[in-house]
Ligand binder design. Structure first.
Ligand SMILES: [Zn+2]
Ligand SMILES: [Zn+2]
Length: 291
């Protein structure tokens, strides 16, 4: 019984770890579905309210753009999760006593500079940035490119979805800024449960809200990482006010995104071999925290 209980507990724990990934996937696909519907059907406006009908090629262009962004989000996320940033299977070399090297008592090995142990992944990660709770995976040397590109396309996609959903807000508020319309935008779930709105109105209000909240959240993450990318710094180094590996803008981009840094963000299918080995880094500044 104890064995069964602990196994069940372990399985529930594992499922909870995957929950943010499922939730993100659900939201990304729901938003894309809703925006595709807005393009194809012209909703939420009724036919007589529409000033101009979109031509077929214009609709096709919109759909193409949407699915290009969706494809980039999904493929980058997939590669981000697939490419392990850990030290597992990496030959760290025999010079374990160089500058910046440490000993990890959990992994029982000497680890190179910028590498640190993740207690969620239970392993040391090369050039560790942070553990991403939304994906349940560490961001490190080998998967940084996919992480940043996924953020880029999430940001672009949410910006686009927000513009497309502006009409939803207009339609809701067209009847006047009433308590009903404000509550529908602020607490759509409660309005649905209490039977105040139809499932259709709820879906539009909920997705429009999610776009705005998601956009603000993703913007904060995206611009912060862009800032770090330009500075050649990891989140951990930024926390401890250290910036010893700055190589200048272009070289920072090359080291973080790979040799084809100028084009690789267009698609995760464009190969961009990484510069360096994630073990040895050129020190250009003080390893001590800046004052
Ligand atoms: Zn470790
Ligand atoms: Zn981790």
């Amino acid at each position: 019984m104890t064995g069964l209980g602990s196994r069940l507990f372990y399985k529930v724990g594992k499922l909870c770890e995957q929950l943010p990934v499922f939730l993100n996937t659900f939201l990304v696909f729901s938003i894309t579905g809703e925006v595709s519907y807005l393009v194809l059907v012209g909703a939420p406006l009724k036919a007589e309210q529409q000033k101009t009908a979109w031509s077929s090629w214009w609709k096709a262009l919109h759909l193409l753009g949407q699915y290009y962004m969706l494809g980039n989000i999904c493929w980058n996320a997939f590669l981000f999760l697939k490419v392990s940033p850990s030290i597992k299977g990496v030959f760290l070399g025999g010079n374990g006593l160089g500058q910046g090297w440490r000993y990890c008592y959990t992994c029982e090995t000497h680890t190179p500079p910028r590498c640190s142990h993740c207690y969620d992944c239970k392993v040391c990660v090369l050039r560790r940035d942070h553990h991403c709770v939304f994906f349940g995976q560490c961001v490190g040397f080998r998967n940084y490119r996919y992480f940043v590109c996924c953020l880029l396309f999430m940001w672009l996609g949410l910006l686009y979805a927000m513009v497309m959903n502006a009409e939803v807000f207009i339609v809701i508020l067209k009847e006047g800024v009433t308590l009903h319309s404000i509550l529908l935008l602020l607490i759509p779930w409660i309005m649905l449960v209490s039977g105040q709105v139809s499932a259709r109105a709820f879906t539009f209000a909920f997705i429009a809200d999610t776009c705005v909240v998601g956009f603000l959240l993703v913007s904060a993450f995206f611009f912060f990482h862009l800032f770090l990318l330009f500075r050649g710094q990891t989140t951990r180094e930024w926390y401890s006010s250290r910036r010893p590996y700055n190589l200048g803008l272009v070289n920072n981009l090359r080291h973080m995104l790979g040799l084809r840094w100028y084009i690789c963000w267009l698609s995760p299918l464009i190969p961009s071999p990484l510069v360096g080995d994630g073990i040895n880094f050129q020190v250009t500044g003080s390893l001590e925290p800046c004052q």
